[in-house]
Design a protein around this ligand. Structure first.
Ligand code: NAD
Length: 481
């Protein structure tokens, strides 16, 4: 069994000072596949000091030079693609095609920010138009400094790429803490840093949990900015910690995103997109479209189309090419979702397919894909993020009611609009309060478009030029011409 007992600090593998050990499991085989150190605050001190020492030289490189390292990350991930796909299947329970999508998204992100790093050189020192005689001003973009990057377990290589690639492109040095639940895929990032001779201290990777590494990292006064992806509960703790010393934060948090099916939609086509929005990654997606708002005239047809697709889903070994849906990533997550299913029973929700509608594989942390209809807006299942394969639907009498229901949420990460008229879908999309709106498509996340939420879904944006800006400080130099 693998023992992740070393961090990557200052370009070397260094033994953790942590004394606690955490199990890392294969959620299909229900087997321990590794043990990971919980970490120790002293490890954080060492990593932050190494990142601080590395900052001046890394910042002094041109964007083009930093871009070459990001291309090298993309090349190295491409070489490891097959091995990392299998690792994501065994550590996360992802089915093969989904793990492949993750890898390709991560690689595209490193490539995109390699280009952004190169483009940054031309943006430095641009003159600013002034209305003052004899005075000139020029605009520069400096790195934010030493950054702490904390990622969750549902998309390890993707969420870390969205932080690490723009941070390094901007000239920041980083301390990255993967989730203790899925530390294996991101361990590869430190191996790649060593392989491509990334200057020591530019990327430091610390294994551990919230107590051993996460909280000390966010509280560390020498960390200039923290970028966090995870739950609202922890995100709020991160924000409180960063308020000490008035340090910056970016937060990518939870969601309860709607999918709207308008009265002119094709119900069969709509059902395909609805399925992809909720049962991908066994529903463990921050942007899961977990609230279905369907025009009343189409409701029965859409529910019937969904029921037949749910029945056709093959649940099984993530490494088996026939599997459409794997287990949940941990026993703990399965318990969390089961608690919501118990609430659904207490509330007497109407199930189109309940959690007991099929026999589950004999092993693995599986849950049946579940669909409720006519769910009251007061139900906890309608309002709270469940983070599992549970879809809640209700009907709307018309477009205006659908928009009102969609926006009646504490969250605002994403939404999907399905209509036979794409102009109408786009117009409805403009009325929704969320960061990413898809119309007549699956959830596409190109690295060129921004990612992040309104309301409680977070603060700031990742991806696109906004993802780079999150790691840059704007500086103006002003004086006589
Ligand atoms: P989590 O909040 O439990 O953990 C996230 C990370 O924070 C982990 O690395 C964890 O070790 C660390 N952590 C725990 N306590 C900490 C503390 N006190 N200080 C600092 N770090 C600490 O979340 P999770 O269960 O890993 O992930 C699921 C959540 O992530 C869901 O709510 C989901 O919506 C959200 N998520 C959001 C996005 C997005 O882009 N908006 C993407 C993926 C996941």
């Amino acid at each position: 069994m693998q023992r992740l007992d070393h961090h990557y600090i200052d370009g070397r593998w260094v033994a953790s000072r942590g004394t606690r050990w955490l199990p890392v499991s294969d959620p299909y085989r229900e087997q321990l596949i590794a043990e990971v150190t919980a970490g120790d605050p002293a490890d954080v001190d060492d990593a932050v000091a190494a990142a601080r020492r590395a900052l001046p030289a890394w910042q002094a490189l041109s964007g083009a030079e930093r871009g070459a390292y990001l291309d090298a990350f993309a090349d190295a991930l491409t070489r490891r693609r097959e091995a990392l796909i299998r690792l994501s299947c065994t550590n996360n329970g992802k089915v093969l095609p989904e793990a492949g999508i993750d890898l390709d998204d991560a690689i595209a992100c490193y490539r995109y920010y390699a280009d952004q790093a190169r483009a940054l050189d031309a943006r430095q020192g641009q003159p600013v138009a002034l209305e003052m005689e004899g005075i000139e001003a020029r605009c520069y973009h400096d790195p934010a400094g030493v950054v702490g990057l904390i990622t969750p377990w549902n998309f390890p290589l993707v969420t870390s790429a969205w932080k690490l690639a723009p941070a390094l492109a901007a000239g920041c040095t980083a301390v990255l803490k993967p989730s203790e639940v899925t530390p294996l895929p991101e361990q590869a990032l430190a191996e790649i840093a060593a392989e491509i001779d990334l200057p020591a201290g530019v990327l430091n990777l610390l294994h551990g949990d919230g107590e051993g590494i996460g909280a000390p990292l966010t509280a560390h006064r020498d960390v200039d900015k923290v970028s966090f992806t995870g739950s609202n509960r922890v995100g709020e703790a991160v924000m409180r910690a960063a308020s000490e010393g008035s340090r910056g934060v970016s937060l990518e948090l939870g969601g309860k995103s709607p999918v709207l099916v308008l009265d002119d939609a094709d119900p069969e086509q709509a059902a395909d997109w609805i399925m992809a929005g909720i049962y991908f990654n066994a529903g463990q997606i921050c942007s899961a479209t977990s609230r279905l708002i369907v025009d009343a005239s189409l409701a029965d047809t859409v529910y019937a189309a969904l029921a037949s697709r749910i029945d056709a889903l093959h649940l099984g070994d993530p490494l088996d090419e026939r599997s459409d849906m794997g287990p949940l990533t941990s026993a703990r997550q399965r318990e969390a979702v089961q608690a919501y299913l118990a609430v659904a029973e207490q509330e007497g929700l109407t199930a189109v397919r309940d959690a007991r509608h099929r026999t589950l594989p004999e092993q693995g942390y599986f849950l049946a894909p579940t669909l409720y209809r006519d769910v009251p807006t007061t139900s906890r299942l309608w309002r709270e993020e469940i983070f599992g394969p549970v879809l809640c639907g209700r009907s709307a009498a018309n477009e205006a009611e659908a928009v009102e229901l969609a926006n009646d949420s504490d969250f605002g990460l994403a939404a999907t609009v399905i209509s036979g008229d794409s102009d109408r879908a786009k117009r409805v999309g403009r009325q929704l309060r969320a960061g990413s709106i898809w119309y007549n498509s699956e959830q596409l996340v190109p690295p060129q478009t921004g990612w992040g939420g309104f309301k409680r879904s977070g603060i700031g944006r990742e991806l696109g030029p906004w993802g780079l800006s999150a790691y840059l400080e704007v500086k103006h130099i002003i004086g006589p011409q």
